[in-house]
Design a protein around this ligand. Structure first.
Ligand code: FAD
Length: 410
């Protein structure tokens, strides 16, 4: 008799990778991938980058349309999974009841919204249709106000400035990207935005958004500043999609679905991966929830290995990237307090890295147009190799030489 197999809820970076990795590991039972979005699964990062200025060809697909049938993966689109019943090991999709041996929750996150703010030109950005709507409004707009100086808001701000809009970014923290990046990197990014004519208003919060006939026209800040706005983007973070998990009584932590080091939830038949999962990381003192393609993809591979009988604890080095103007900014490791920050290269050259050492260990690297540093850092961080600060900052030698030189000099 055929076993029920594996159901994956959410068909994005995590879910699609999990299905593919199961098949690559010769998993022969049925795989059902459930998406509440209608289209073919697509890459999310371009939605706030190239796609908003050139949406004509549609979002770039995660896998070719033919991949799913060719891999014997049943992709159900356009209807959410509901009614998770852990005792019966079943859930519902529309009027169907589906059973599973293993369930993988890859439900991701949704954009956080402002309460009580409903205007046609007030947007958030999480999926392809959000991006298409924003993109359609950009050409006719003269001004854009971005609430929140995080990655998505700044990426859209950069595109809008290049299109000639008058752009203002409002950030409540004293500097943009304060939680994610060291001062030197965020100051460099701020300068590029300012040179493109963007106003960065930091240390100030939103007061009110007002308008007429369903369209906002003014953003008023806590200090009384009034900003004219043809278009408003709210980029104030996201919240994990945990409704299924909550209804089924799974444990949560820090807003996400709590999993162990093998990414199992409090029910051993159910895993959670990607943006919706809070997991113990060797790179953080307490369980974390990360929002990055790397994390979703690597966790998917980890779960597929666990289901197919080669379980290993999840221990991938976290990394992330963003693109703004001609900057490719790449981060490895997780931000944390303490230790020392070293500058490798100079911001004025347009290519540099900030290296974070605690004692003689590299724990983080933040690179601007310095991909070789980023790649080396991803190897150095988990290596345990002792880092010599002078060697690490010597730009006449590739950072990857620390993998051998520091070991010798230690
Ligand atoms: P998601 O991509 O959020 O996908 C979850 C899917 O599950 C969604 O399609 C959702 O609709 C669906 N779903 C939820 N509930 C149900 C249900 N009950 N039934 C069926 N389907 C359901 N990361 C980077 O590393 N670099 C970047 O430059 C970058 N840029 C980004 C730009 C934007 C605009 C956004 C929004 C994100 C960006 N990210 C970036 C983050 C990255 O895209 C996410 O970390 C990644 O998409 C997480 O993948 P996931 O599979 O966990 O979840």
């Amino acid at each position: 008799m055929t076993r029920p197999g594996t159901i994956i809820v959410g068909a994005s970076h995590g879910g699609v990778q999990a299905a593919q990795s199961l098949r690559q590991a010769d998993y022969t039972d049925p795989i059902t991938l459930i998406s509440d979005e209608r289209g073919t699964p697509y890459h999310r990062p371009p939605l706030s980058k190239g796609y908003i200025s050139a949406p004509q060809s549609g979002p770039s697909l995660l896998r070719p349309e033919t991949f799913f049938a060719a891999s014997d993966i049943t992709l159900l689109r356009g209807t959410p999974a509901t009614d998770l019943d852990r005792t019966a090991r079943s859930l519902r999709v529309g009027d169907q009841t589906l059973h599973y041996d293993h369930l993988i929750l890859a439900t991701g996150a949704s954009a956080r919204r402002l309460p009580d703010a409903e205007f046609r030109n007030l947007h958030t950005l999480r999926n392809a249709s959000d991006s298409a709507v924003l993109s359609a409004e950009l050409p006719a707009a003269r001004s854009l106000v971005v609430i929140g100086g995080g990655f998505i808001g700044l990426e859209v701000a950069a595109t809008a400035a290049k299109l000639g809009l008058s752009v203002t970014v409002v950030e409540v923290q004293p500097r943009i990207l304060a939680r994610a990046l060291p001062e030197a990197v965020s100051a460099h990014i701020a300068r590029q935005h300012q040179q493109a004519g963007t106003r960065l208003l930091t240390g100030v919060s939103l007061g009110a958004i007002t308008g007429r006939n369903g369209r906002a026209d003014t953003v008023t800040l806590s200090d009384g500043t009034a900003l004219a706005a043809d278009l408003i983007l709210v980029g104030i973070g996201s919240q994990p999609n945990t409704a299924l998990a909550i209804d089924a009584g799974l444990a949560l932590s820090a807003g996400g679905i709590l999993v162990d080091d093998h990414l199992r939830t409090s029910d051993p038949a159910i895993f959670a991966i990607g943006d919706c999962a809070t997991f113990p990381s060797p790179f953080a003192p307490t369980p974390v929830r990360l929002e990055s393609v790397q994390n979703a993809v690597d966790q998917a591979k980890c779960v597929a290995a666990c289901i197919t009988g080669t379980p290993l604890p999840y221990s991938a080095v976290p990394w992330f990237w963003t693109e703004q103007f001609d900057m490719r900014i790449q981060m490895a490791g997780l931000p944390c307090d303490g230790g020392q920050l070293l500058l490798r290269g100079t911001p004025d050259s347009g290519s540099f890295s900030v290296l974070h050492l605690i004692g003689d260990q590299l724990v983080g690297a933040y690179s601007v147009n310095a991909t070789a540093d980023h790649i080396a850092a991803r190897k150095l961080i988990p290596s345990g190799i002792r880092i010599d600060p002078a060697l690490a900052c010597d730009t006449t030698r590739p950072l990857k030489h620390c993998l051998t030189d520091s070991a010798v000099s230690a």
